[in-house]
Write a protein that binds this ligand. Sequence first.
Ligand SMILES: O=C([O-])C(=O)C[C@H](O)[C@@H](O)C(=O)[O-]
Ligand SMILES: [Mg+2]
Length: 437
Amino acid sequence: MDAHPQRHPIVDIRLTPVLISDPPLLNVQGVHQPYTPRLVVEVVTDSGVTGVGETYGDTKYLELARPYADSLLAARHELSDLNGLFTLMNDLPVDDARVDHSVDVGGLRGVQSADKLRLSVVSAFEVACLDALGKTLGVPVHTLLGGKVRDSVEYSAYLFYRWAEHPGGAGEKDDWGAAVDPEGIVAQARRFVREYGFGSFKLKGGVFPPEQEVAAIRALAEAFPGHPLRLDPNGGWSAATSLRVAAELADVLEYLEDPASGTRAMAEVSAGTDVPLATNMCVTTFGEIREAFLGDAVQVVLSDHHYWGGLRNTRELAAICRTFGVGLSMHSNTHMGISLAAMTHVAATVPNLDYACDSHYPWQSEDVVVDRPVFRDGRLAVSDAPGLGVALDRDALDRLHRRWLADDGTLRDRDDAAAMRLAPGHEEWRTPTLPRW
Ligand SMILES: O=C([O-])C(=O)C[C@H](O)[C@@H](O)C(=O)[O-]
Ligand SMILES: [Mg+2]
């Protein structure tokens, strides 16, 4: 027997920040910028195997990813030592100025803390290591996570109020047109069904007064009878408004997502309605679970492997949810095919994945992977190829990186309120104080 199991030290790490095209999608904070920053992480082993991961690309993530990569290289970190990824990261200081606000990106990513920032960076390295490990061993990532329990993963249509184009015609154009009323939202949903086959719908709310968003959900219910519907105003409503909306839509909602901001307000809403409440804002770290679960503030957690710290942490979250009888699904920000593959692998391994997952991916016209994933009947097939089953398109990566290099810094940090101020009539726009309604 070999007393010295083969080791695969990481000998090179490439960090490539990119800006990817994003449509003018509206939310409670403002509007998406024409380009969104993402970070592509590549780890290379001494045997020449490369693994890829992806995470947020805003400055504070890059500032941490660089010294982290240096310390992994200095340690010749062993590819299979996934737990060690966290140990090494914990030794790195985080600039307090980067996390001194209690919420991130105007609250869309929940509470911000040094640990969460660390986990969001580690997640990309963990995924990259799993990818490289899978390729080294000749097995898919889901096998490294214990094996898939389903062959495909269901996603839902992520509907957004949106403008036809960015202020001043900035960025890339698309042919979706504007959607600012119930008719526009139903038309958008029909196209999602036609092109991707989605069977459930989530509407990003918090954009218009609640009555208008209730009308949009009613229009969807009429157009797609019996299909699961969700509404997510990102904490934009008071508890009283949330309860009113819940009562009005109780017969058609699968769940209401973060109607009010913070665990306490969510618990108040939860106590007054039978509509399940989901969150990707008040439970985004392990430390927030206790209060929310014991107080019955949420019935569904929308995990996000980026800020929960990777695929194995997502499975730990799933086990806790299972223990407490809390449902589980997945949240999404703007992301590319690397993260979609990672989401699909972990989702395939979680027995209690109770709802169709969110994904922004259909809104993304650009990617850094070749053979972009294709939704069929609203589902993605789980890849059985070694690793994640994605290959980098180096030309695309280079092009999107050059866009990042050329940017003067305006777009390197996501700021939906700043993007909103560029729209005529919104020059004075400020991130709204919650609750807005
Ligand atoms: O609450 C959510 O589902 C999100 O925060 C998802 C995205 O951030 C979405 O709101 C967006 O990008 O506008
Ligand atoms: Mg949400």
